[in-house]
Design a protein around this ligand. Sequence first.
Ligand SMILES: NC(=O)c1ccc[n+]([C@@H]2O[C@H](COP(=O)([O-])OP(=O)(O)OC[C@H]3O[C@@H](n4cnc5c(N)ncnc54)[C@H](OP(=O)(O)O)[C@@H]3O)[C@@H](O)[C@H]2O)c1
Length: 302
Amino acid sequence: VIGSFDRLGFERHRRRFRAADLDVDLGGVHAIVTGANSGIGYATASALAVRGARVLLACRDGGRGEAARDAIRSQTGSSLVDLAVVDVSDLEAVRAFAEALGWSRVDRLIHNAGLLPRERMLTPVGHELTFATHVLGPHLLTRLLRSRLEASADVRVVWVSSGGMYTVALSLDDLAWERRTYDGVRAYAQTKRMQVALAERWAREFVGTRVSVYAMHPGWAETPGVIRSLPRFHRLTARLLRTAEQGADTVLWLALVREAPSPSGGFFFDREERTRYLLPWTVETPAAREELWQRCEALTTR
Ligand SMILES: NC(=O)c1ccc[n+]([C@@H]2O[C@H](COP(=O)([O-])OP(=O)(O)OC[C@H]3O[C@@H](n4cnc5c(N)ncnc54)[C@H](OP(=O)(O)O)[C@@H]3O)[C@@H](O)[C@H]2O)c1
């Protein structure tokens, strides 16, 4: 982990990167990036915009979203950057966003929005906040956009997970943290583990279409989220952290490289497929993955 997730790891791994992989014209491409006003999402949205994509920043706060939209427009010179205010943890807001979206197709969907709350927080309908933000909202959004994703010729859906998920097994017990003392780091890791399983399951849903689905982890990048949520970790590792752009590199590579990376459903880091498990007791059964899918379907269906 040390020497790999950090900046040194990026420097080492980048020696085998092909610069031409990101040298892609995205004219005509329609991309949505959730949580695009900060950190990795902002870096991703900027890099898509500078290559000519039409980019929709899906942000929960209007003021922060507008500031990001204006900054990306002026930094990239692109006028094709727009803002939609949507809190992805709020399933009604996700439904309203999908309904209002005027696009007939979506070519890139980046599920980046994320957070690590210290206290247990619930959404208005009673879902625990990390579960709603990392799992239910993106699951519902993918389902609502399904026909518009399938309408396009080369589509990439990227779930921005975390290396923190390596520490936990997939668990569906007590999703709302009603029977345990809340542990934000664990809630974060568990929902990031769920994202990896869901990306794999969504890839199977899309078999026979031109939609590829990936999960990835960015390593450790210095972002406003890390500074705010993990101040001790940030103090200890500050000099070792990647930049937000380096954290976004594999998101972009998955979204940009001409031939869609294989396998769809895989878990990637630094432009390579990686193992989903570093610890033997974290390996889940196919039945557990299927149960996650069924729970997500049930919780997002009215
Ligand atoms: N940085 C790292 O080292 C690292 C490592 C592993 C994984 N990640 C993952 O990378 C992604 C980006 O994180 P980051 O480090 O760039 O953190 P960040 O700077 O805090 O960015 C997170 C973004 O997500 C947005 N967001 C949070 N909840 C949302 C919601 N309900 N609806 C819409 N947007 C929401 C935030 O909006 P606000 O500004 O309004 O809060 C912010 O724009 C996250 O999924 C995170 O888990 C990061």
